[in-house]
Design a protein around this ligand. Structure first.
Ligand SMILES: Cc1cc2nc3c(=O)[nH]c(=O)nc-3n(C[C@H](O)[C@H](O)[C@H](O)COP(=O)(O)OP(=O)(O)OC[C@H]3O[C@@H](n4cnc5c(N)ncnc54)[C@H](O)[C@@H]3O)c2cc1C
Length: 297
């Protein structure tokens, strides 16, 4: 029924049913999307979003899947992928308009080619610009939001809105755009001419990546650092390394990483996260907050 209506609303869009989500998420967990769609224009996105709103249908936005956990089983509603919203265009020598589905490593590549800098802290962060903005992804005290001039969104009333950066609040792993349901369509970002020191800064950030586990699926840091503390150290001190539920295990190399050793389920990862939160709370009174977004709970 819903599928027929979707076909009528968007006759040219490929609508996939029961689409497996685990291959699209870097932790390789999660069930299947009841419906999966990847619009390739703002207009398609707008029609789709308005359709979902009018049908009271749940929607989930998926970027690069490097910071999310979908539940096991069928994820009811529509998973909207931004993979086809991926254009990049220079407006000036240093300012670019970038679609939300454009990948962060590709932005870095564009910068290298133009001898521009400012985003060294993002070296090695996977995922898309939209996902990065939603969580103000970054490292070393920097976050992607500091490079934004403005963001274009599709709002929950179905309207397109432009947010100048001074209308957006952001801090460590937080962006106020994530406070309500909306889809990031694109952003305008300004970089700067690179200087000789930037190469060293970049190499330092890449060096730090070397201490992170790579062999198994993961979604980067599981928990945010509580103010004044390192979540990884707290987890380590509280004996969380190597704890496991099913095939989900706390990395021995870096306690803030949960790895999928092969056949972990979302429920295993979530259970393990809860055990870690409890252990740290019992020992220190500090309540760890997930950095990974758990969707559809
Ligand atoms: C190996 C590894 C290392 C990592 N290192 C870091 C790091 O150093 N620093 C850091 O901050 N993160 C890190 N991450 C986490 C992750 O890469 C970033 O958070 C990334 O920016 C998420 O982008 P994504 O496109 O994958 O988002 P997704 O995982 O697809 O989505 C994340 C959230 O954003 C929402 N979302 C995505 N796109 C949109 C959109 N267009 N509009 C509205 N909502 C949207 C989703 O619904 C979800 O809630 C790491 C991950 C891995 C796997």
């Amino acid at each position: 029924m819903l599928l027929n209506k979707l076909h009528v609303a968007l006759p040219n869009l490929n609508i996939e049913e029961n689409k497996p989500l685990s291959p699209l998420c870097t932790l390789h967990v999660g069930g299947k999307a009841e419906f999966f769609v990847a619009p390739s224009s703002i207009e398609e996105m707008r029609i789709l979003y308005n359709f979902a709103l009018s049908e009271n249908c749940d929607i989930y936005v998926l970027g690069g899947g490097s910071n999310v956990i979908f539940p096991d089983g069928i994820v009811k509603g529509i998973v909207i992928s931004t993979e086809n919203l991926n254009s990049f265009s220079w407006r000036t020598e240093i300012t670019a308009d970038i679609d939300s589905g454009f990948k962060l490593p590709l932005i870095m590549k564009e910068l290298r080619e133009k001898n521009l800098a400012g985003m060294e802290f993002a070296a090695g962060i996977p995922g898309t610009l939209g996902g990065a903005i939603m969580g103000n992804a970054g490292a070393g005290g920097h976050g992607i939001c500091e490079l934004l001039d403005e963001v274009i969104t599709l709002e929950s009333d179905g309207e397109i809105k432009t947010w100048p950066i001074n209308a957006i609040n952001y801090s460590y792993r937080y962006c106020s755009l994530s406070d309500s349901k909306r889809i990031i369509i694109s952003a305008r970002m300004t970089f700067r001419k690179s200087n000789p020191k930037d190469k060293d800064v970049l190499e330092n950030f890449l060096l730090r990546r070397g201490s992170q586990p790579h062999a198994f699926g993961n979604a980067g840091c599981t928990f945010k650092n509580p103010e004044g503390y390192s979540a990884g150290k707290l987890l380590d001190d509280c004996g969380c390394k190597n704890l496991c539920v099913g095939d989900a295990v706390v990395s021995e190399q870096h306690a803030n990483f949960i790895l999928n050793r092969g056949h972990a389920k979302s429920s295993d990862v979530i259970k393990l996260m809860k055990i870690c939160i409890q252990k740290v709370f019992d020992s220190t009174g500090i309540k760890l907050e997930p950095e990974i977004k758990i969707l559809g709970e």
